[in-house]
Design a protein around this ligand. Structure first.
Ligand code: SF4
Length: 68
């Protein structure tokens, strides 16, 4: 029986380019309340107004699983 790979919904929380805005250096972290994720795919960090853009983003790249 063929097994399909698990479906991975594309989002900011599982994209290797996204970081929580709260962890950004000052003054960027100040936007964390309204823009909780920041995309680092481009040359300049880009706080995301919404993570809906990640659902269809061609640059989404799965965040590697943490090593314990
Ligand atoms: S916009 Fe694209 S590259 Fe940036 S965090 Fe979202 S999915 Fe990742």
């Amino acid at each position: 029986m063929d097994q399909k790979p698990p479906f991975v919904a594309k989002s900011a929380h599982n994209c290797q380019w996204a970081t929580p805005t709260l962890l950004e250096p000052s003054p960027r972290w100040i936007e964390a309340e309204s823009k909780p994720w920041t995309c680092h795919r481009d040359a300049e960090p880009r706080p995301l107004d919404t993570t809906e853009v990640c659902e269809d983003c061609p640059h989404w790249d799965e965040r590697p699983a943490p090593e314990f």
